[in-house]
Design a binder for this molecule. Sequence first.
Ligand code: MF3
Ligand code: CO
Length: 250
Amino acid sequence: MILIKSARELDLMRQAGRLVAECHAALAPRIRPGVTTAELDAFVEDFLRRHGGIPTYKGYRGYPASICTSVNDEVCHGIPGRRRLREGDVITVDIGVTLNGYHGDSAWTYAVGEVSEEARRLMEVGEACLWAGIAQAREGSRLGDIGHAIQSLAESHGCGVVRDFVGHGIGRRLHEDPDVPHFGTPGTGVRLRAGMTLCIEPMITLGDWRVTIDDDGWTARTADGSLCVQYEHTIAVTDGEPEILTARVA
Ligand code: MF3
Ligand code: CO
C-alpha cells in the first residue's frame, strides 16, 4: 500500500530531509585522503544527534553503523571501519535520519582528491541519471517511466545499472511501498500521485550491473570489479515539479 502524505507529514519530511542535506554539506569537506571511514561515521552520528535526529541505519536489520561508506568497486552498504581514504578513490556516503518520526535518506558519491578522468565521467553520468529519474516523478507518470529514464541514459553512456538494489517509498518508515527500480519500461507500473514520497537512488557502474556480497553480509561490490557511483534524493511527488526534500544546502 502506497501512503499519501498530508501537508503536515510533508512538512515533517522536509525537516528530516533538510537535516540529511545539512549533514552532507558539513561532511563533504572532511572527505579527504587519510581520513578513515569510521571517522566519517562518527562525525555523522554526532551531527545528526546534535540536531535532534537519530541515525536510521544503526541497528536497522542489524546494520552496525550510522552511515554506509562504499569505496570504488563497492556498490552500497559498505561498513565504515579502519579503511583510510586515498587520493583518487571515489566514496559513496549514504545517510539516513529519523527526525520527529519521519525519515530522510540521501546518498552521494564524492571524489577523494583528484580522481581519474573515467571516474569523473562516471560521477557525471550517475548524477545525471538521478536527475533524469527525478524529472519523471510527476503526478500521472508511472514508476516504469522513472526506471526507463535512468536506464536509457546510463546505457547510452555504456554504463551499467545495478538491478539488485532499488529505490523505495519513505515516510514514517525508511522503506515503504513502492519499490522504485532504476530500470524498466515506460508506461508501465504504478501511477504516481501527489503526496507520494520516494527515494530514487541509482547505482551506476563503469561495467556490468552484476554485484556480489562480501562475507560481512552487507558490502555489495561489482562482480567485474568496475567502479560504481550512487546518487540518491528523497523527493515528494506534487501536482507540478517534484520537490527535492534532501536538496543540498549552500
Ligand atoms: N539508502 C539505503 C536504502 O535505502 C541505505 C540503507 S542502509 C541500511 O536502503 F543499513 F539501513 F540498510
Ligand atoms: Co534509500
